[in-house]
Design a protein around this ligand. Sequence first.
Ligand code: SAM
Length: 249
Amino acid sequence: SGTLYIVPTPIGNLGDLSPRAQQVLAEVAAIAAEDTRHSRKLLQQFAINNEVFALHEHNERERAQAVITRLQAGDSLALISDAGTPLISDPGYVLVQQCREQGLRVVALPGPCAITTALSGAGLPTDRFTFEGFLPAKPQQRRKALADLVAEPRTLVFYESPHRIVATLQDLEEVFGTERKMVLARELTKQFETYLSGSIAEVAAQVNADANQQRGEFVLMLSGAPATEQQADVQTGLRTLQLLRAHMP
Ligand code: SAM
């Protein structure tokens, strides 16, 4: 049977489509894409004229079966999304899960992804982070989702759209307070790539004051909750107690 290749595509800069990605896309029997028109344009720039068919969130379940049948018949196929890495806030999970269940070979290529690009350029702690994807669109649900993350010690990473960036920054101030450190990465790998960093209040003020800073694509990153002095004291106390116990007869 054939192999399903998961192929990341650029998040802005065409130079980021790797030579390996180009080779795989040129050699597979067909390419499953979120938006076939959008992807054909990209592929044309690399002189790849392969068959492209649609696999998006609305037809993934039914298409997955057709893809599996084709893989079983011996064709190798590639999955791409509009930008970046498939399955990361993009379709593909159902397909990959089913391929794994059927024992089909899945090969994922590394490549462009807004999460790792933003984190590696932001200057916030990266030893541990949690990706939260897109926040709920409805204000009340959004605030609730944020409130659930207040005590999270890992760096928080969100995707955000230009329609909601101002409202989300306002919610962040309300829920996390003005002082928590954050970085807002915008238009990564593109002409107007920008990182705004500082307290939530400082970043919100810069975005509110400049309509240009409200345009494009965003990755929003928030420092994790600081271990409060109180928690630190309790931890030190417990450690001391453990050490003392270990020395007791
Ligand atoms: N699969 C993609 C990836 O690997 O990053 C993400 C797809 S998701 C539908 C689109 C969101 O990713 C955007 O709303 C934005 O939050 C983020 N994103 C994608 N490209 C970006 C870029 N060039 N700069 C900043 N954020 C970007």
